[in-house]
Write a protein that binds this ligand. Structure first.
Ligand SMILES: C[S@@+](CC[C@H](N)C(=O)[O-])C[C@H]1O[C@@H](n2cnc3c(N)ncnc32)[C@H](O)[C@@H]1O
Length: 232
């Protein structure tokens, strides 16, 4: 399904868009280990082409996420403590920095991606780590906002990592996940699991849904879905 869809997109797109799509798809192939995925991203970043391939014309995740976070924090942007999960090359951090946020940390397992993010200078602390459900060396209730843009996908952040995001968010803090909508229905890890888990965590009183919004042209011509939850 994913292969066929990628093939269809590649066939009908301009050469440059098709190339970018294919490179991005290379990080989302079934059967890749998480280490292979991190290495793929690192090499992509070290080649210096990630930000061009996933430029704002082709990938709007960071802008969508920055809008959500900005709308949530009208005041106290300088002090609001934010964790950008799967921060990559730091486009979201840069967007947030431009909007007045000054207390942002970055987490990503791909050192090559973080090396580009470091040059942007938007973040305070860097965690070269997977968000995969293991307990991070971060205290409970640390962040006013935990935000993910583009970190969900085949082999990427698994369902079991969601409680860890809530654990490190302060009660009342924002947990925001921005992802490609179709992944919910074709990434094996998420099918009939991700949204039921979100609901289960709500039933357990771990968080509360603020909104679930579909947005157009999130990535290439694919819709995105933005989940906003209040950690409890
Ligand atoms: C498409 S990029 C998105 C980067 C950035 N957030 C952006 O919007 O430009 C996906 C990122 O997810 C990271 N990633 C993959 N698996 C991850 C995991 N289990 N935990 C945290 N980050 C992960 C990759 O290293 C990569 O930097």
């Amino acid at each position: 399904m994913a292969d066929e869809k990628a093939e269809r997109y590649i066939q009908r797109s301009s050469e440059i868009d098709a190339k970018a799509y294919a490179i991005n798809y290379g990080a989302h192939r079934e059967g890749m280990t998480k280490e292979e995925i991190a290495q793929y991203y690192s090499e992509w970043a070290y080649r210096g082409t990630y930000d061009h391939d996933l430029s704002p014309e082709r990938y709007h995740g960071p802008e969508y996420a920055a809008d959500v976070v900005s709308n949530h924090f009208i005041k106290n942007r300088e002090s609001a403590k934010i964790l950008d999960v799967a921060a990559g090359t730091g486009r979201l951090g840069e967007e947030l920095f431009h909007r007045g946020f000054r207390n942002i940390d970055a987490l990503d397992p791909a050192e090559g991606m973080l090396s580009v993010a470091r040059k942007r200078g938007a973040y305070k602390d860097y965690f070269c780590e997977f968000m995969d459900g293991h307990a991070l060396d971060i205290k409970n209730d640390t962040y006013d906002c935990v935000v993910v843009s583009g970190g969900m996908g085949e082999g990427h952040i698994p369902c079991r990592a969601v409680p860890e995001m809530i654990r490190i968010a302060k009660p009342g803090g924002l947990v925001c996940i921005v992802m490609r909508e179709e992944y919910i229905s074709y990434v094996e890890e998420y099918i009939d699991r991700l949204e039921p888990l979100f609901k289960q965590l709500e039933i357990e009183g771990k968080w509360q849904l603020i909104s679930r919004t579909i947005v157009p042209k999130y990535s290439f011509d694919n819709n995105g879905v933005i989940f906003q939850y209040k950690a409890l």
